[in-house]
Design a protein around this ligand. Structure first.
Ligand code: AG3
Length: 277
């Protein structure tokens, strides 16, 4: 057994006791798989926890379902990043979805997920799914007016992921949407990564007319309080009275009708951060 720590800041981190299962260097990053007593297997990229067997449902459900429920009839969905497949699995719970594109830059992440995380990656070979091993930023260049929902399932905005949190990228996302299109992005922790969080919100607001921020509790991400930002030019994304009946039909463990109804209930300090950003 080893002790693994993800350093959340210079002064605080998450430490778990673990067996090292696999450690490889891909073209883009170090991929580490640990087996831990509390969280099951954990996927770690360049030292940052991406997902764990025990709590992955929280993040993946909360990233995928609000946007898919708000859209009148989502058929074509794009995931950027998300090579572990958890977001794809959740998307396919929506019966109207006909086509899911997954654009992941690092093929090794998919290979590792399929080998070590079968319950997360289980839907990657579904016939409705098409996998593209490409840079998300370049991929969007060629796709205009195509998607109903675009989901950003990225890592933190450092290194290769940095461009995915900037206005020019969100412009491309916007152009890739067709009428009624909605985008949602994971946007970091308002507690420990206030700069990343506020920055993402500011950049998204420059591009989209309607923008909303919601939170979920993810135990293995920095501080546990995690944010998502949803945006659309067509749909009032803050109106959660729409399509409520569809929430009840989803088989989920975290997302539910009450959470949907109060999706945009934010703590006072988070509202303050958004106001001044
Ligand atoms: N995306 C990772 C969110 C960022 C986690 N950050 C961190 N641990 N510092 C998740 C990919 C899962 N599909």
């Amino acid at each position: 057994m080893i002790w693994f720590t993800e350093y959340w800041t210079e002064n605080v981190g998450l430490t778990v006791k673990a067996h090292e299962v696999k450690r490889i260097k891909s073209k883009y990053q170090e991929i580490l798989v640990l087996d831990t007593p509390e969280f099951g297997k954990m996927l770690i990229l360049d030292g940052l926890v991406q997902t764990t067997e025990r709590d992955e449902f929280i993040y993946h459900e909360m990233l995928a379902h609000p946007a898919l429920v708000m859209h009148p009839q989502p058929e074509r969905v794009l995931v950027i990043g998300g090579g572990d497949g958890g977001t794809v699995r959740e998307i396919l719970k929506h019966p109207s979805v006909k086509e899911v594109h997954l654009c992941e830059i690092d093929e090794e992440v998919i290979i590792v997920a399929e080998k070590y995380f079968p319950t997360i990656s289980e839907k990657l070979r579904d016939p409705r799914v098409k996998i593209f091993i490409e840079d998300g930023n370049e991929f969007l260049q060629e796709r205009k007016g195509y998607y109903d929902v675009v989901i950003m399932d990225s890592s933190d905005p450092v290194g290769a992921s940095e461009v995915l949190f900037k206005e020019p990228f969100y412009q491309k996302v916007k152009q890739s949407l067709r009428e009624n299109g909605i985008m949602v992005a994971q946007t970091e922790s308002p507690v420990l990564q206030e700069k990343y969080f506020a920055g993402a919100y500011r950049e998204i607001r420059k591009v989209f007319r309607n923008v909303g921020v919601y939170l979920a509790y993810v135990p293995t991400y920095p501080s546990g309080m995690w944010s998502f930002t949803i945006a659309s030019d067509y749909i009032d994304v803050k109106d959660t009275s729409r399509n409520r009946e569809r929430v009840k039909e989803l088989k989920t463990k975290y997302f539910c009708d009450n959470i949907y109804a109060c999706l945009f209930a934010l703590p006072q300090f988070v509202q303050e951060i958004l106001k001044k950003s």
